[in-house]
Write a protein that binds this ligand. Structure first.
Ligand code: SF4
Length: 973
């Protein structure tokens, strides 16, 4: 065989390749979904040539998904907003009549209005953001403005996951924690279609497969990740808590519990007062200093449960020194979960999974946890200064997301899954479910939600926080909500992310008060991000008797022509993610991994080709104009020239800023240090991210690891280096329950319906209850659960405009179990009506095997309103695509004379998207096509025409033909 060098080259025959000298590679962070992969973008003449994964990046290690690649077509989308717009004077809101205005005019108008609001009543401004990645900035801005009517989209996304974790184990699924993909031997995935953590999950699953780990997927639908699972558990929607608690029943029954872990790291040995019907029932027995008491078996005495030397009773029942009966938390758990209610036989009836399978799954995970234990032989020191020669790992891990979260019982379901993990001792250990810095946090984190506002005054703290008791609620003296979304009210006391899905309804109902200006950033709140789409559209148009809109001023900032833009009075066009600076900050939700603290940036890789500005710049500009204190020097001048300047120089506390890398004047400090004027440059040189590798002795048991806890305090991640005691029993929940029972020594709700919610759903131990909509509708009339799944190739509504991704999926079907469909007389690809208590849609059905028989489902956010998103009028998305949202209500079905309240988790306010119950029947003869249809959205001034082009190239194809010699020498490739 001849070597390549011997193959004759005929230079004149070589095709003309592109000129690489004109190309430049720039690193930034992908934003085609929320996953935050590192990308390398090749740019030529201010055009994206192509996008590759950044091989060195901690999140994706070079992997790029279909969405990430298709960022090119997002950049070239005709849906890009072109310039600031104002609703034409004299036209009606929602009519789609806009006129261009200059940025100066837009910002003058807005700042004048906001100035007045701030000077009179700052809460008249409601500012809510969608899937942005700079909540640390928007939250700071709202705090400084003085309105607590701020939140991001978490309330309709996955607050149940975050809150359940932060009220139980100190970290949570996705951004706050990860399975130990390298070491786990048994992995259970709960309620995950395509997840927020997209590439990392794929990379992780690949590792599991290579390592021979077992992968069990619990999901009503066998799509996506479930399709490569070793075992698919096709559970009935909304019953996951019962499955987890029944597995706990089996583990407790067999004594398969890591008792040492529970004693050392959880509140299992704490004593709980057991005086039903009396004040103080269910609270933890404490000494005069507030320390939890335990019964020490060696000393035979009441001692401080936080003392590291105690030998507490785990299963006990005593009489406290003050004469009250008390029980350990663990004993309460045993009494509860060993009850027949949680037996596999009973759970089987509820979950639609056989009792044998439930028992087998429980025994399998116990086997792996206790018989296949692993160790990492690194010396470490626990919080009490005791040395250990290794980390012991119980290699069972879990991950859960929207399928658990988007139910009105999702908070308790996620807590149940955390309880299951904790009983096995799999929290932040080798092979288990690990925490990612800045997590774990103390339980719950010490920030309380702001609850007072005054003119021209910043809030005393951030709008969002973590209530520990009814005193922390944002309610007035009569118990009414203070916030427009009713977060932190009796309706949803632990709503740590707000309730964005309630803002329009409450504002229009002036409940609790009218607002003046509503700003939405990057949130499609009139379409796929809202429940009850049609009514919300009507509400946005609704007027008072004096002819003024009930929401007088509606500002929308977005990069694209979403359906929501159509309702704006003022449109502020944002840049794309390739055109701006951005931070994925340690103050927000960074890109950390369990072994490292990491954050990242975006930088503009191309210049905008239209009159748009990054929303971050607009916020910094507005803060300067309004004189918000954190953005203003003492002499009243602007402190920060632009967003970059702000990011470099703003310090939350001395040495702690938005970016943790290359701090200090010379850029030689990690995590904490003075501002570094060259910080952005250092990030850019390093591929747009920073990673601080945790010392080996701090990587596990972070909740009790002295060196980690000290690092976390020093870096500003936690307020103290005290150990983080996991709260399997939640005393904060019990305080709310006592308030519902009328036994709380503090604020209590008056409304009997609210009291009942607190009593029924605020169980301090994780529990299962039937989702609220299911409790209220006639389940014989509406027998099916209806849910959405997010496809791998689209991030919610963001990608239906994308010429490449649309070729994979441009319309959706309603999928249902084949046998069930046939029994109902529904044909494959036949048309059917789907009805809920709130509405009715006509859709095309696909019959399939891999779906729970009680469940119908579809892909999320594929349907589009005609004319939106730069799509042509006959685009499949608006002709054949549909939304389930028309069926869902933001309010629970009525019950007697009760005031209708939010269709959300009663604990956290998480939107209960997946509680939907429907009936389905074949459409009649001639009844075909999607219904309902909505008016066409008019084109915006200056909007590019819808593109018919599906391909993208910056160069002509090279048409390289290989020589026969090359084929012979290197083979056919
Ligand atoms: S997973 Fe998300 S962030 Fe990562 S490449 Fe794909 S779209 Fe981009």
């Amino acid at each position: 065989m001849s070597s390549l060098s011997e193959i004759p080259v005929h230079a004149k025959d070589l095709p003309k390749f592109e000129d690489h000298d004109r190309q430049e590679q720039k690193y930034t962070t992908c934003y085609m979904c929320a996953c935050r992969c590192g990308i390398e973008v090749t740019v030529e003449d201010n055009n994206v040539r192509f996008i590759r994964g950044n091989r060195n990046h901690p999140i994706n290690k070079g992997v790029l998904c279909a969405k990430g690649n298709a960022g090119i077509m997002k950049q070239n989308s005709p849906a890009k907003l072109q310039q600031p717009l104002r609703r034409k004077p004299g036209t009606e809101r929602g009519a789609g009549e806009f006129e261009p205005i200059s940025w100066d005019e837009a910002l003058d108008t807005l700042s004048e209005r906001l100035q007045h609001i701030r000077e009179t009543d700052p809460t008249k401004l409601a500012f809510f953001t969608g899937r942005d990645q700079m909540q640390a900035l928007t939250g700071l801005w709202a705090t400084q403005f003085g309105t607590y009517n701020w939140a991001a989209h978490g309330g309709f996304c996955s607050v149940n996951m975050a809150a359940a974790g932060l009220y139980s184990i100190g970290h949570a699924f996705w951004e706050f924690g990860d399975p130990d993909w390298d070491r786990t031997k048994y992995f259970v995935l709960w309620g995950v279609a395509e997840d927020h953590a997209s590439n990392p999950i794929k990379i992780g699953l690949e590792k599991l497969k290579r390592n021979g780990a077992k992968f069990v997927a619990v999901n009503p639908v066998r799509t996506g990740y479930q399709a490569i699972a070793d075992e698919w558990v096709g559970i009935r929607p909304g019953t996951d808590a019962m499955l987890a608690l029944s597995m706990i029943h089996v583990l407790m029954d067999r004594g398969l519990i890591d008792q040492e872990f529970l004693v050392r790291y959880t509140n299992s040995p704490f004593l709980v007062v057991n005086t039903p019907g009396e004040q103080g029932d269910g609270l933890i027995l404490r000494d005069d200093d507030g320390n939890p008491l335990v019964w020490d078996l060696e000393q035979e005495a009441w001692v401080n449960g936080l003392d590291p030397e105690v030998k507490p009773a785990l299963v006990g029942e005593y009489t406290a020194p003050d004469g009250r009966p008390v029980k350990t938390v663990f004993r309460m758990m045993m009494e509860k979960y060993l009850d027949n209610r949680y037996s596999p036989e009973n759970a089987a009836r509820i979950c639609g999974i056989s009792a044998e399978d439930i028992e087998r799954l429980a025994l399998e995970i116990a086997h792996v946890a206790f018989r296949e234990t692993i160790t990492v032989d690194v010396e470490w020191t626990d919080w009490a200064g005791r040395k250990h020669d290794r980390f012991i790992g119980r290699p069972v891990s879990m991950h859960a997301m929207r399928g658990i979260s988007a139910h009105s019982n999702g908070f308790q379901a996620a807590r149940a899954i955390h309880l299951l993990q904790t009983l096995l001792g799999t929290i932040d250990c080798p092979g288990g479910f690990r925490a990612k810095p800045p997590y774990p946090k103390h339980i719950p984190p010490g920030i309380k939600p702001a609850k007072s506002a005054a003119p021209n005054t910043p809030l005393s703290g951030p709008p969002l926080g973590f209530p520990k008791a009814p005193e922390d609620l944002a309610i007035d003296d009569d118990g009414n909500p203070l916030r427009i979304d009713h977060a932190y009210s009796w309706e949803a006391p632990v709503s740590a992310h707000g309730l964005m899905h309630m803002v329009v309804t409450n504002a229009v109902n002036e409940d609790p008060y009218p607002i003046d200006t509503l700003i939405f950033f990057m949130a499609n709140m009139s379409w796929n991000s809202t429940m009850n789409t049609k009514d919300v559209m009507d509400m946005l148009r609704e007027k008072r008797a004096d002819g003024e809109y009930k929401i007088p001023h509606l500002v929308v900032s977005d990069a694209f022509h979403s359906e929501m833009v159509n309702f704006a009075d003022l449109v502020l066009p944002d840049t794309t993610y390739l055109e701006r600076f951005d931070t994925i900050s340690m103050l927000d939700r960074p890109i950390s991994e369990p072994d490292s603290a990491a954050d990242s940036i975006r930088q503009p890789v191309i210049e905008p080709d239209r009159d748009v500005r990054p929303w971050q710049e607009v916020l910094v500009e507005m803060a300067g104009r309004l004189g918000l204190p954190a953005f203003t020097n003492e002499d009243g001048s602007r402190k920060f020239q632009d967003y970059k300047d702000f990011i470099i120089n703003f310090e939350k506390s001395p040495g702690i800023g938005f970016l943790a890398g290359w701090r200090g004047e010379n850029g030689d400090k990690d995590l904490k240090g003075e501002p570094n004027p060259n910080q952005w440059d250092r990030y850019i040189e390093n591929g747009a991210f920073y990673e601080y590798h945790l010392p080996e002795n701090t990587r596990f048991y972070k909740f009790a690891n002295k060196d980690y806890l000290e690092l976390s305090k020093e870096s500003g991640w936690n307020g103290s280096s005290d150990p983080i005691v996991m709260e399997l029993y939640s005393e904060p929940l019990q305080k709310f329950r006592l308030a519902g029972q009328g036994l709380y020594d503090g604020p209590q709700p008056k409304d009997p319906a609210i009291r009942e919610r607190l009593v029924n759903y605020f169980d301090p131990l994780p529990d299962h209850y039937v989702p609220l909509e299911e409790q209220r509708v006639d389940n014989d009339a509406y027998p099916f659960h209806a849910i959405n799944q997010r496809p791998m190739m689209m991030y919610h509504s963001w990608d239906s405009q994308n010429a490449w991704l649309r070729q994979i999926l441009a319309h959706n079907f309603l999928y249902m179990n084949r046998q069930v469909g046939e029994k109902l007389g529904i044909e494959d690809e036949g048309w059917a009506w789907v009805e809920s208590h709130n509405g009715k849609i006509r859709v095309q059905v696909k019959l399939m095997e891999g779906v729970n028989e009680n469940t119908v489902w579809t892909w999320n956010a594929i349907g589009k309103q005609k004319g939106a998103w730069g799509l042509s009028e006959d685009a499949n998305e608006s002709q054949r695509g549909f939304l389930m949202n028309h069926l869902i209500s933001e309010l629970l079905p009525p019950k007697g004379d009760e005031k209708r309240i939010t269709n959300s988790d009663p604990v956290t306010g998480q939107a209960a998207w997946y509680d939907l119950k429907v009936r389905i029947y074949p459409a009649g003869p001639g009844e075909e096509g999607i219904w309902p249809e909505f008016d066409r959205v008019k084109p915006l001034p200056g909007q590019k025409p819808a593109s018919e082009t599906l391909r993208y190239h910056t160069h002509d194809a090279v048409n390289l033909r290989r020589s026969m010699a090359d084929v012979i020498s290197r083979g056919e490739k």
